[in-house]
Ligand binder design. Sequence first.
Ligand code: FAD
Ligand code: SF4
Length: 485
Amino acid sequence: MRRRWLFADQLGPHFLDEPGQPVLLVESKAVFRRRVFHRQKAHLVLSALRHRAREGNVRLVRAETYAQAISEPLSVCHPTSRAARGLVRRLPDVRMLPPRGFVTSPEDFAGWAHGRDHLRLEDFYRYARVRHDVLMDGAEPAGGRWNLDADNREPPPRGAGALDVPAPPEIAEDEIDERVRADLDRWEREDGITFAGRDGPRLFPATREEALARLRHFVAHRLPAFGPYEDAMLAGDPRMAHSMLSPAINLGLLDPLEVIESAERAYRTGPVPLACAEGFVRQILGWRDFIWHLYWHFEPEYRAVNELHARRELPRWFAELDAGAVRARCLSDVLAGVRDRGWVHHIPRLMVLGNYAMQRGWRPGAVADWFHRSFVDGYEWVMTANVVGMSQYADAGRMSTKPYAAGGAYINRMSDYCGGCRYDPRSRTGANACPYTAGYWSFLARHEQSFGDNHRMRRPLQGLRRLNDLDAVIEQEKARGSKAP
Ligand code: FAD
Ligand code: SF4
């Protein structure tokens, strides 16, 4: 049996053909020279790799490049980026197997996508549920409905401060983490390698045992509250009832199918309401697999599409996670979360960070690069469709029906940020003007022509035409420029 070369995002047992198969792991410092990653992401990846190396029958090679580490016939599961796939193809005597770590296969996706003009998550998700018999009662969706989003869009409970759910079990760092921290300090000092964000205690699983403990805890204690508040934000509770499992799943420590199956089991046998199980399964079987396939389905140039002609570079305060420079309460808190944890949940990513960038016309490629390096769960495959397509609408609707643009009213409804903010979500001009509200109208005005044919944008554009102070809003936004709001 050939030795299995595991990339650092292929660490779980489902990447082997049988337990005990010989393994090659490569730790390459060059990866950290190519991009300025969040310090906690670098820590997590190295810690996971070194913990995995402690298991039986593993050879860990430290080398500047992957190619230098390869000296025997190997097999490897399809890697998760085009660059890594290209490398594998160039290496002699490395046999590449189909991808693992996702539920649906490339053939499944190709068959589903064939002949479709529009690729929409909802259609793919229904296909995948039938194909893999997830949350199905025979030929019908469990409970008779495919989509329970309407039950899962509650604003946060008013005055609560935090959801009443137990925190995930804490991670106990060990001597491997201690060594990783010392190495990273030394690389910064002696090798000129730099990192983004702040160091801190490791918050996410680096071993299969830690990941399974988090999964079991989530399903038993947090999943029952996941659904209704999955789109809500609370300043004092960044986790809400989210699973925080993305880093573990993306490192390959958990098989997404086992995560889905345990959520379905908890619905069938326990106290988890269908809306919570469905909302969660939709994230993994739906969104995660969909985004993965789109990375390969779209042409390599997709990463650089820029249909809205957004050309501004990221301002320094944003690029460097300088939350202290920002007075807008929502943006300051979310940027601080990225700086301190390398993780915030889906809605802050989409509606606070991505929305702000799109309103200001920042270059989508630069925004994608920023997300990639700033988040502990950031990987090349997950950036293109999520950031370039969904959050920046730079593909003019190849994967979503309208831009995710919103003003302060949305953030006010879905969070408790606005009450304590120096701005007023209802104001679009003057000293109290909310940057999201002013930015929203200014964005719509800039793209009025190109959104004119989109029926989902008809109402927002009608609203735009009713504004009697639009010129003042636009002037004010110009004056704000790239200054921190
Ligand atoms: P939960 O809310 O508990 O969801 C469960 C799981 O579903 C996640 O762990 C994740 O594995 C999966 N999932 C849900 N949505 C997506 C999605 N759109 N794409 C891929 N997986 C999804 N996810 C990443 O894994 N890495 C990223 O770098 C990343 N960047 C994002 C950037 C933007 C602009 C946006 C809008 C979304 C991004 N996402 C990314 C998707 C999503 O925000 C995160 O997966 C989620 O917030 C992780 O937290 P969680 O594990 O608590 O998720
Ligand atoms: Fe954010 Fe505007 Fe609300 Fe302030 S008023 S928290 S800037 S949405």
